[in-house]
Design a protein around this ligand. Structure first.
Ligand SMILES: [Zn+2]
Length: 478
């Protein structure tokens, strides 16, 4: 190395001047301390511990956030490709241990079934080499109303854990269920996983959210640390898959992955690899047992359906239908705040679907997911023959006067209204949460039918609503 004598001399003189100043300041401080009666001690300067970066062993490219053991099988036809041939690191979060539902292997039920199924989930993921698997502590809540699952899961606790795991695994991409009410299985737990995944995507990069998780410990190697020392993390993309009975509506909304392609590294089709992963869920009739049957008979028709994903959000560009990793480059990106909730302005007297439908209308806007509102043209639900059907309806009065609103419904033959048609007193600037309850008819085969409502105030129609209903669906209670 070449040293310029001139600048060396200048630096030495500067250093001497600084030392001289410090010496004089110390002398002055000591004199002051002595005259004031204070004692001082000179602390020996030691070497500080290195500040360690996040633990690279837990870094994930893809974080799958679902509700139940076996939910991951919706995307294993894609994950096989990502893991084996694109060498992506995958981690998974399950909202519940899967403690509800029939058991094809033994009498184990309820909490015992949860213990069995959470182990099946770990074994299934381990078959793909995925060992980083966590559970959010929710409980299986069979139904179709996301708000009921969020309640039984203890939403705050589950989100607290999900945000922590996003900060720990630092995923590039999150894959989760579609946050919407669809006609199909429409499991409320699937929707709860979707809601929590979207919230975690939007919150994990904000250091003011669960700040205890991102506060440095007092002493990393000590024993009395009550803060977590993680770093905020902004994931780059989020994609959705759906349990709707018909996946046509997802076409063109995101990438589509063929499962009949052959994995170059495994020399096997992706659907066969997916079936082998699914085989670990043997307690479950429609997944583990289905895979067992396919592997025994060689009939894999069920597994040959492509994996359809819808793009939820990308913070790094890339096309809607392009590969999941299109536009993604290594490294952190800045926190991207979403719009957040803004109160909706109504005018006069009006009606809207309430409950989960009302929630999603606001949720999509608050989380910059406006396009999800366009996926389904008309709200829909699937119900079993003779099932109880509940339709929450909000009656808004945005006038300064009390009004009386008459709500009536029009239903196809065979439907029985239990309650709901009535005159509702609605105070000024109030939304009255009405509930209409029906018993569905028994149809010989699934049929699309329409339920509609009319609201009248002072002899004028103030609002109408329609809900598409798919009958004779072997689904969950609504
Ligand atoms: Zn499920």
């Amino acid at each position: 190395m070449k040293i310029h004598r001139g600048s060396l001399r200048k630096n030495v003189l500067l250093a001497l001047a600084v030392v001289g100043m410090l010496f004089r300041a110390t002398q002055a401080f000591r004199a002051a301390a002595q005259s004031g009666g204070l004692a001082t001690e000179t602390v020996k300067i030691s070497e500080a511990l290195p500040n360690l970066p996040p633990d690279e062993r837990f870094k994930a490219d893809i974080l799958v956030i679902v509700a139940h053991p076996d939910d991951e099988t919706e995307v294993t036809g894609y994950l096989a490709r990502a893991i084996y041939d694109q060498h992506k690191r995958v981690a998974a979060i399950f909202g519940t241990p899967g403690n509800g539902g029939g058991d094809m292997m033994s009498n184990a039920q309820a909490a015992a079934l949860g213990d069995v199924r959470s182990t099946e989930a770990r074994e299934a993921m381990a078959f793909f080499g995925v060992l980083h698997v966590w559970f959010l502590g929710g409980t299986d809540t069979p139904g179709q109303d996301v708000l009921r699952s969020l309640e039984t899961w203890n939403h705050g606790n589950a989100l607290w854990e999900a945000v922590r795991l996003v900060r720990l695994t630092r995923p590039e991409v999150i894959l989760t269920w579609l946050p919407d009410y669809v006609a199909g299985e429409n499991h409320d737990d699937h929707q709860a996983a979707a809601v929590i995944a979207n919230e975690a995507f939007d919150l994990a990069g904000d250091p003011t959210v669960f700040p205890e998780q991102v506060s440095a410990p007092r002493q990393r190697r000590g024993i009395a640390n009550l803060t977590e020392g993680l770093q905020p993390w902004q994931a780059k993309k989020i994609y959705f898959f759906s349990d709707s009975a018909n996946l046509e509506f997802l076409k063109g909304k995101g990438p589509e992955y063929n499962t009949t392609d052959i994995s170059p590294s495994k020399n096997e089709t992706y659907y066969k690899l997916a079936a082998e992963e699914m085989l670990r869920h043997l307690t479950q009739d429609d997944t583990g047992q289905l895979a067992k049957q396919a592997l025994e008979t060689g009939d894999f028709s069920y597994f040959k359906t492509p994996v359809y994903l819808a793009l939820g959000k990308s913070l790094v560009g890339g096309s809607t239908t392009g590969d999941i990793f299109e536009g993604i480059t290594p490294g952190a990106i800045p926190f991207a705040p979403v719009r957040g909730y803004r109160s909706e302005v109504h005018h006069g007297v009006s009606i809207d679907l309430g409950g989960p439908w009302a929630f999603y209308r606001e949720f999509w806007k608050a989380h910059n997911l406006d396009h999800v509102a366009d996926l389904l043209k008309t709200p829909e639900v699937a119900v079993a023959n003779r099932a109880d059907v509940y339709v929450p309806i909000l009656i808004h009065n945005d006038t300064d006067e009390s009004v009386e609103v008459t709500l009536t419904s029009t239903v196809p033959a065979g439907w029985k209204e239990v309650y709901g048609t009535a005159r509702y007193p609605v105070r000024p600037h109030e939304s009255y949460p009405a509930q209409v309850h029906y018993m569905a008819p028994a149809t010989a085969k699934p049929e699309w039918q329409a339920l509609s409502w009319n609201a009248e105030a002072q002899g004028q129609t103030v609002g109408t609503l329609t809900l598409r209903v798919l009958t004779d669906s072997p689904g969950l209670p609504q």
